[in-house]
Ligand binder design. Structure first.
Ligand code: ADP
Length: 268
């Protein structure tokens, strides 16, 4: 079979993610650029992933775009919802998975996979920043930490501080006033993670918890949130090192399937 490369691009609210895939399976290039819709991030993510695959940065491959900003990308042959792409990506990485939890920069989704590993039911919180990456970004900034430092801080906690405000703005004030009172930083971070996990767990429970569970999206890289969610749900959660790239991975797989189908029809 001739080699077929496809490109999957996930244009999110905060980051652009891109995967170059060989024959619908093997990742040969990838890039995450921390700039999302309305920025140069999507174009930069494509160029970087193509270069990572040893290709010229302007190479044109069959391309599927997904994510919040998918309709803004002129180079896409196909567009798919991020729900579909996260389902496809998670099923490819964890064929046994039944539930996918995706927490990104501005929303949280609970997805039930169908028997064939496609998108089944889903529930989404996209109305409020609480329980999303945005909440964690705001809290990390208030505590003068980088989001990448939150998990290690959380691991030092002995007595997590409950965060009573559900609104991001009020919760930020609450965190600042707790810090002013001298509350231990690690306990504060763990409390923040528990608050995100509680909101996300209620979404999953409303959908109906069916194991095995996989977590995707940028926030899955925060082991503190993953641990807190495991405690809330009482199940183990599988996380791939590709978690943030999962939507782009699903898009690249979909681009391959659609491209091959079109070629086969063309050959009829
Ligand atoms: P979107 O698709 O909406 O752009 P992503 O799925 O890319 O969102 O996730 C972005 C969020 O992931 C950020 O808001 C941030 O909180 C979190 N994040 C990104 N990288 C890391 C990391 N290395 N460690 C912890 N959290 C991270």
């Amino acid at each position: 079979m001739a080699e077929c490369l496809t490109l999957g691009l996930d244009i999110g609210s905060t980051a652009s993610k891109c995967i170059v895939l060989k024959n619908g399976k093997e990742i040969v290039g990838s890039a995450v650029i921390p700039a999302g819709v309305g920025t140069s991030g999507p174009a930069r993510a494509c160029s970087a992933a193509l270069e990572c695959a040893g290709l010229a940065p302007d190479t044109k491959l069959p391309t599927a775009a997904t994510g919040y900003g998918r309709h803004t990308f002129p180079g896409a042959d196909y567009t798919l919802s991020e729900l579909s792409c996260h389902a496809i990506g998670a099923h490819a990485l964890f064929p046994e998975a039944k539930t996918v939890i995706d927490i990104g920069g501005q929303d949280a989704k609970a997805i039930r996979l169908s028997e064939t590993g496609k998108l089944g039911d889903f529930l989404m919180n996209d109305k409020c920043a609480a329980g999303t990456g945005r909440f964690l970004d705001v809290m990390a900034r208030a505590l003068e930490l980088d989001v990448t430092e939150l998990a290690d801080k959380d691991a030092e906690a002995t007595n997590p501080v409950p965060i009573s405000s559900t609104c991001t703005v009020f919760a930020e004030s609450e965190v600042i006033s707790q810090q002013a009172k001298g509350v231990n930083l690690a306990d504060l971070v763990a409390g923040i993670h528990n608050s995100v996990a509680a909101r996300c767990a209620s979404l999953v429970k409303r959908l109906g918890l069916v194991a095995p569970v996989v977590m995707t999206g940028g926030v899955a890289q925060n082991a503190g949130v993953v641990r807190a969610l495991e405690r809330e749900l009482g199940v183990k959660i599988a996380v791939s090192p590709l978690a943030q790239l999962n939507g782009a991975y699903g898009a690249a797989i979909a681009a391959y399937e659609k491209h091959i189908k079109e070629q086969n029809h063309g050959a009829d």
